[in-house]
Write a new protein. Sequence first.
Length: 311
Amino acid sequence: MGAGTALETLSKLGIGCWQFGDMGSEKVPEAVAGEVIAAALAAGVNHFDSAQDYGAGRSESVVGRALAAHPQAFVATKMQLSGREETLAGVQASRERLRRDCIDLFYIHWPQKGRDPGPTMEGLEEARARGWVRYVGVSNFSVRDMQQASRAGRIDAHQLCYNLLWRYPEEDVIPYCRENRIALITYSSLAQGLLGGAVPRVPRFAPGDPRPDTVYYEPKVWPHVRDGIAEMESIAAEAGRPLAHLALRWLLDSGFVASVLVGSRSRAHLQSNLAAFEGGVTASVMRRLEEASQRIHRHIPRVGNIFKFYP
């Protein structure tokens, strides 16, 4: 991005607000969400990411109420592909829920096979011209999808799944974004909690938890993921740091990631994530982590996205 743009002033850590919607076992009460957002602001976090699909608008509403008195916060949201006029109506609905005259960054949430993103991009560019949107982004797009969307508007940012376990974006999406000065923002930065110590060797999930459907838990994949994470945890223990800290540092140390999104379900969870950016990590530790990551990645099938979701 050009020098001095707001995208270059994003905090290293961004708060993914998926869990502030009615999202099954991950639902966070609004009072707790407000505490997390207030603590994040106090710690210098300025980046909050939501979507219309997160609890059918509930996440946007919770974020909007929590940030109503903080116009300096950078707020992003997303919607699915729509027609031009439907896109404008969708942006207006998000503005109302988020209590923002201008939404800082508005993404197209997913591409859809056989559907032109052009009308949605045209609607977002019209919203930009009206002052309703500051930056336009895409999420989960391939290079081909971005090339098609770019014919109808300017892509400022791409939010993508990228972490120590899912590295396929390095082959094409990341180089394309860097070449075209598209800011990169990561979600699933801790691989759905796998890099945060949240899942045991024999994982058990509450009803409705979507994580078991991801590629990591396929029967032929999970043993390699499980053993590779154990190796990474050993490296982290020798370094005296939680694996989550090293995983977040690995993303930011790449030099091309603008901000990493991590869900925080409590103030303690938030403080633990923020601590990732304190202190130093030796080059030898990061090199060993990279090598372990590559060994795991060889066993991850290229299935398009970790969710195996193809709208």
